[in-house]
Design a protein around this ligand. Sequence first.
Ligand code: NA7
Length: 533
Amino acid sequence: MSIGNKNNYDVIIIGAGFGGLYALHHFRDKMNLSVRAFDGASGVGGTWWYNRYPGARVDAPSSPFYAYTFSQELVDEWEWTETQTSQASVRSYLEHVAKKFDLKKDIQFETWVTDASFDEAKNQWIIQTDKGESISSQFLICATGALFVANMPDYPGINEFSGECYHTGRWPHEPVSFKGKRVGVIGTGSSGIQSIPEIAKEADHVTVFQRTPQYALPARNRPLTTEELNESRANWSDLRKSMRHRGGWPFKTVRRRAADYTPEERRAVYEELWEQGGIHLAINSFAGVMAKKELNDEVSEFVREKIRETVKDPETARKLMPDYYFGTKRLILDNGYFETYNRDNVSLVDLREDPIEKFTRSGIVTGSGEHPIDMLVLATGFDAVSGSMLQLNPKGRAGMSLKEKWDVHFDNYLGTAIAGFPNLFMIHGPGAPGVFFTMPLGGELTTAFISDCIEHVRREKLGSIEATEQAELEWRHEINEIANNTLYPETDSWYMGANIPGKPRQFLGHLRGSQYFDRLDEVARSQDGFTLQ
Ligand code: NA7
């Protein structure tokens, strides 16, 4: 084992969420490298450390698959309890993982990395922390989180608001009481849609400020049975392979051709899938829903009908009608979201027809007047995928900053390496499958790739590995081509960077996760697209 001293390691990892924790375990325990990890939070979890708002859950019927896959022992000993895992449950699981693999001793918590610069003469990264430390390593792993930098709206007077104010992505650790309060919630993505029903159960009144109505589908969350858990444990190695080859989830998808069905028969299929749970409608209806406009329109209309049937007040139902292509914004699994609008203490403001003009000390003023509130909940999302890397803003060759490099396009190679930034690897960077694949497994597979690259450099006694600009260019075309053959680019979403004013418009994911990881395997063997020296 190469032992690092206090100031120099083989590998520095930034972030102690799913990606960073696994990377630490892998590099330290499987590759015998000296590793130090840093995280600004006081504990493990990354995104799951911060997003502890009421109702926070994985946005998929996740258990036991939204979890690490590499250890049968871990799979056998962890008791998942519900199909749609709660934030508290994910956090307990990650605490357990950290303890089981003795990870915390190599993580420096409550420490922000304030700078990271590449020393070309020594082929090393030097990081500075807010504790005044300067530490170096040959390799820098950025597990900084795809959903980390909170998007804070910039409405006139918002800082004058004198009531309590919380962003869902920075929720306090102390309990927040909504009792007797008038709560304003801005944002109806996953975080808004998961939290609004919970807040409404306790608050005096909830006013939802909605910019874009959403296609939320029933989560049908339920207890996971012992038989189900044991069955997946018994077949874990096959399930793991299925996940790798079926886009991150082991579920068998039915390949149906829309043309083989009459409209009435298709409708019956949608109904059946809806009853099974929204995820089935999302992944299992007909081939081409995400690429063919007419077919997509049909599913969109089906969901709109369901919303109309659920929401009693026709005017509220009208405002809740989504009008973009189904699935082109992150699909949301809800637990009673639309039903919440039938409560007397919930009202909806459609910001597209009644925009926010300003905040006062005690409320929000829209075109129709003032909405007095005691508490503001900002469920306004994140500067997703690229935001955490830009916040870190590493400096590569010749001192070039990532902000300069990514001024107009988030160029990189394979969603993990960046030309001009040798020996730096991202986990879930722009263009990686990220949220289009099961993220814990995606992190494991990406780490395996990075590990092959590091192994290669060390075996050959080289100093650095760096993506070429040509490889970046080809990669840019490759991921854009995949996205451009779908309806995703037609919609303003965080997938496209459209939620952040001024952010370059670029599809931020890779839609074919299994193919992507095949590609990583190929490149791990060939080192194509990299310069090694
Ligand atoms: P999202 O999905 O980005 O949702 C944010 C919501 O906030 C969305 O409804 C936005 O409307 C709205 N928003 C953002 N900025 C504003 C302003 N300035 N004014 C009004 N409304 C605004 O974030 P979440 O936290 O819900 O979920 C992120 C991911 O976490 C999710 O996709 C899952 O993968 C887990 P818009 O739709 O942009 O018009």
